[in-house]
Design a protein around this ligand. Structure first.
Ligand SMILES: [Zn+2]
Length: 502
């Protein structure tokens, strides 16, 4: 019986809810499955710990999986990795939708999320950037946001007709689809948000907690990483100071170099020109994150360069028949809807992803060169008992080294002497993470919308500066509903203390 048929049969069984039917032995042995899906025994059997109580060790690298899925599901947010180093540095790799709630649950403050490396500009890798950007400076992220990502695709627009024949207003010969275009439009897209919340201080000033932030929390410094040439010198920033003082070095195929940390990049092959993978190296430890990609030789070369990688994190994808069965609920291969779905799933794999078996093959190639990673991790994957078992079966067909399948809140602590894989135990009801930026003792520069009048009880904040007088005239006075409240006992504005006119 081929693996393909056995998978479809297992899906039929799970779909039909046949209760106590015995599962194939390999499901039970690999994943200790009680039911074929809706559980994750691999994850649940990891030892639990509270990451807020156990900071990363000085000689270690911690990788926390904050989003691990391509599709939308409550158990797994979209792709994001958080890498913390023992020297205090921290880096975000991709920031897919929903992942920020895991950062908050893990107690990661905004100040630790100021360097973000995007593998490509798909929404499942970028959507929560909006949240980091908009709300970071409201917390302790009162320092500029550094963005890294791929250059333009350089693919001609097939809808372009030399300015005629199209009903599109914006139909250029080439689209502006690189990270610098993204950063500029992203900044402007969020203009109403950032202005409206700039009545609070958004930039740390100089003081005993350290030097002032080099620019405002709403400033962006974006670095373009050329997927074809390896150039990294094209930048875009909102800050004149940052333009002249980026604060890190870069070079050919090197995105970032500072404080003993090197983050290099190499091409990925995913959907459209303009996807990249990253390799982080620090103190003899290393990590590769592929982002989304078809299996490729760039990865084998990057993972073979120098000493073996400590943690190699690759996307993997379920077999097309598993995808279409799970998605549609149809398991009959003669059903036309199933067949159309299967062709679509196969086309997506062809242009985009690394099949489970291909990941095993790549690991085997590395092992044959003496370059097997200490730990290989599959991610960007719907991780549950049956899919985990099938993935491990496919990877094991080629490779016998250490392999983990990630899900949200899996945490790897890697040092030279040890490699720990655990699960974070967190609250589903967490509030925003505690501020940890030491400059909080310095306070901030005055807000952009400041109201320094001594009669303003909120000074220097100007919470009413951006509201029209006709709107303010319609506010229900606080004393009408709460005579003891602050807004009644400390009224503002008053007849003698008016809101400044913009
Ligand atoms: Zn993706």
């Amino acid at each position: 019986m081929s693996a393909e048929i056995s998978r479809r049969d297992a899906l039929k069984l799970s779909g039909a809810a046949l209760g106590s039917l015995a599962l194939p032995a390999w499901v039970a042995s690999e994943a200790n499955a009680a039911t074929p899906s809706s559980r994750n025994a691999l994850f649940n059997k990891l030892s639990a710990f509270d990451p807020r109580m156990e900071p990363v060790a000085p000689d270690a690298m911690r990788i926390s999986f904050m989003g691990t899925s391509v599709i939308e599901r409550r158990a797994q947010q979209r792709m994001s990795l958080f890498v913390e180093l023992g020297n205090g540095d921290s880096f975000v790799f991709d920031i897919g939708s929903g992942s920020v709630s895991n950062y908050v649950a893990m107690g990661v403050p905004w100040s630790k999320m100021r360097r973000i490396f995007l593998t490509h500009l798909h929404g499942d890798h970028t959507s929560d950037l909006t949240h980091v950007y908009c709300f970071g400076p409201q917390g302790d992220g009162k320092s500029p946001l550094y963005l890294f990502g791929p250059s333009r695709s350089r693919i001609p627009n097939p809808g372009f007709f030399n300015g005629s024949g199209s009903d599109q207003f914006h139909n250029p010969q080439y689209f502006d689809d690189g990270i610098l275009d993204f950063a500029y439009h992203f900044r402007e897209m969020n203009r109403w948000h950032t202005e409206s919340q700039s009545f609070v201080g958004t930039r740390w000033k100089d003081g005993p907690g350290g030097p002032a932030a080099p620019a405002d929390g709403y400033d962006i410094y974006a670095t373009e990483l050329d997927w074809k040439t390896g150039e990294s010198g094209n930048r875009w920033t909102t800050s004149r100071y940052l333009r002249d003082n980026p604060g890190f070095n870069a070079g050919k195929w090197i995105a970032y170099q500072n404080n003993g940390v090197k983050i290099s990049f190499f091409p990925a092959i995913h959907d459209r020109n303009g996807s990249i993978s990253y390799k982080l190296e620090w103190k003899g430890l290393s990590m590769i994150f592929t982002g989304d990609t078809k299996p490729n030789h760039f990865l084998i070369d990057a993972a073979s360069a120098g000493k073996p990688v400590d943690v190699l994190i690759s996307e993997i994808v379920v077999d097309p028949d598993v995808w279409v069965s799970k998605q549609s609920g149809i398991t009959d291969p003669t059903n036309p809807t199933y067949q159309a779905g299967l062709l679509n799933a196969e086309a997506v794999q062809l242009n985009s992803h690394t099949p489970q078996r291909a990941f095993g093959y790549i690991l085997n190639r590395l092992a044959n060169k003496g370059k097997a990673p200490r730990l290989a991790v599959g991610t960007h994957f719907q991780s549950e008992d049956d899919t985990n078992a099938w993935a491990l079966e496919d990877i094991r067909a080629w490779y016998s080294g250490e392999v983990a399948i990630s899900t949200d809140l899996m945490v790897i602590d890697a040092s030279r002497g040890s490699m720990q894989v655990r699960r974070a135990s967190v609250s589903d009801y967490s509030w925003s993470a505690k501020w940890t930026d030491p400059r909080q003792v310095n306070g901030t520069y005055n807000p952009k919308y400041a109201d320094p009048q001594t009669c303003n009880p909120y000074r220097p904040m100007g919470p009413l500066n951006q509201l029209d007088k006709d709107l303010l005239a319609q506010v229900i006075p606080a004393c009408d509903y709460d005579k003891a409240g602050f807004m009644c006992t400390q009224p503002y504005p008053t007849t003698s203390c008016k809101v400044p006119q913009i």
